[in-house]
Write a protein that binds this ligand. Structure first.
Ligand code: ATP
Length: 435
């Protein structure tokens, strides 16, 4: 059973994972700020993606391209002309909706009236602004709606400087902006979000095989990081659903509290983008295979996921409530690699010599992990808080520690406790906290 939506949203706010943007001014709709724990979790999700997509592979390199790009990029990619959703407005209550997301295309979900929608209007999703002090048509720029185009425009720069041979990929994590008609479901659909994208360039004849490979790799990534396999599925796009540039697309979908919804799309983008940029820029973005003595425009396989959306899914998936000695324990069973805090160090009381030993233990652990020292409240309440934010290990310094130089390590999931000499604590945790 998927976790209850409100429970997760409340936990996220209460514990400082996610705050409403501009909250002190009443909040800006559909924009969110990540608090101390959310920042760590989001960063860990991105780090794990980067690790598996770039660091562990010798055929993929990274890129960090600009959010603002030449308007020619968006003309060539087709975003200026066709990056739009069909927008309808209810003439009864004035609410606006995305026609393709309505359960009943004739019924307004806000006020319930039928047949009150205007004709659908294509609404371009790109945010527009001006470069420089004068607002004129000539200096319009757009905030990028995807990170991918920065990769295509740098294809030749990267190939040449990193001396890459096909097949190879270029990966990028960064902000993307879409003026969504119907943002919502907390951080699931926002107007500003983080994408994790990789363009894998290959020979056209290899594209289908690479496409299947990447679909498999990407689905496994979620499972390896602890997402419940039953809450994940692959959905192949119908031909009429495919984007204009795609020869095939699979979505990795997650069973959110409101139903199955997209986490990531893996598309065979063919040679659409490189060809479009060759045509508009006049630059040569073809690839020459010396061994085969063949020049061609590479095909591209693109796994494209949302970091903020994925972070939300991990949060939902990890949330568990269980009965412990007649009480309900809420615990985030996050994979330790994703957990915001890896180790909490807790003195049994606030007595100065306990706190001093706690600080000594903490400074050893800090070298390796994100830790938290918590001296307030009863030890039971502190364990509950750490369980609720997903901390895999709590190290407790008690009065005996002052005599025997040992501490108690408590495991989040089993709640088992081990007594460990302080000098072995780093080794003990290193065995249990994978990178
Ligand atoms: P949707 O149909 O849900 O609007 P999309 O199919 O247009 O999404 P893509 O263009 O395939 O999305 O973007 C790739 C990924 O970027 C998505 O799988 C999602 O994880 C993320 N993403 C896209 N739009 C948003 C958004 N508004 N908020 C958060 N993440 C998003």
């Amino acid at each position: 059973m998927p976790a209850d939506f409100d429970t997760i949203v409340n936990l996220a706010k209460k514990r400082g994972f996610v705050f409403q943007s501009s909250e002190i001014y009443g909040g800006l709709r559909s924009a969110y700020d990540y608090g101390p724990l959310g920042t760590e979790l989001l960063r860990n999700v991105k780090d794990q993606w980067w690790r598996s997509m770039v660091r562990m592979r010798d055929d993929v390199v990274g890129l960090d391209s600009a959010i603002l790009q030449s308007t020619d990029v968006w003309i060539a990619s087709g975003h200026l002309e066709s990056f739009s959703d069909p927008l309808v407005e209810c003439t009864n209550c004035n609410s606006r909706h995305r026609l393709d997301k309505l359960d009943d295309p004739n019924k307004c979900p806000t006020c319930g009236s039928s047949g009150t929608f205007t004709e659908p209007k294509e609404f371009n999703l790109m945010f527009k602004t001006h470069m420089g002090p004068v607002e004129s048509e000539g200096n319009v720029v757009y905030l990028r709606p995807e990170t991918a185009q920065g990769i295509f425009t740098n294809f030749e720069n990267v190939r040449r400087t990193a001396r890459m041979k096909l097949p190879f990929g270029i990966a990028q994590i960064g902000k993307a902006f879409r003026n969504e008609i119907t943002p919502g479901q907390f951080v699931f659909r926002t107007r500003e979000f983080d994408q994790m994208e990789m363009e894998y360039f290959c020979h056209p004849d290899d594209a289908e095989e690479k496409f299947q490979e990447w679909v498999e790799i990407r689905q496994q990534w979620y499972i390896e990081l602890g997402m419940t396999p039953e809450n994940l599925r692959l959905r192949e796009h119908e031909t009429d659903e495919l984007a204009h540039y795609a020869a095939g697309t699979y979505d990795v979908e997650y069973l959110f509290p409101w139903g199955w919804d997209e986490l990531e799309g893996i598309a065979n983008r063919t040679d659409f983008d490189l060809k479009a940029h060759i045509e508009r820029s006049g630059e040569d973005l073809t690839y020459f295979d010396q061994e085969a003595d063949e020049r061609f425009v590479p095909y591209v396989i693109e796994p494209s996921g949302g970091a903020t959306r994925t972070t939300f899914a991990f949060l939902i998936d990890a949330y568990t409530e269980e009965e412990v000695r007649g009480e309900t324990r809420a615990v985030l069973k996050l994979d330790p690699r994703l957990a915001p805090i890896k180790v909490a160090v807790l003195p049994l009381s606030k007595k100065p010599d306990l706190v001093e030993t706690t600080q000594k233990v903490a400074s050893r652990l800090r070298e390796s992990w994100q830790i938290e020292v918590d001296v307030t409240q009863s030890i039971g309440r502190r364990y509950r808080r750490q369980d609720e934010i997903g901390t895999p290990y709590c190290v407790t310094v008690d009065f005996d520690s002052l005599q025997d130089s040992q501490v108690t390590v408590r495991d989040r999931d089993t709640m088992d406790q081990d007594r460990i000499p302080i000098e072995n604590i780093v080794a003990y945790l290193t065995d249990r906290l994978p990178h």
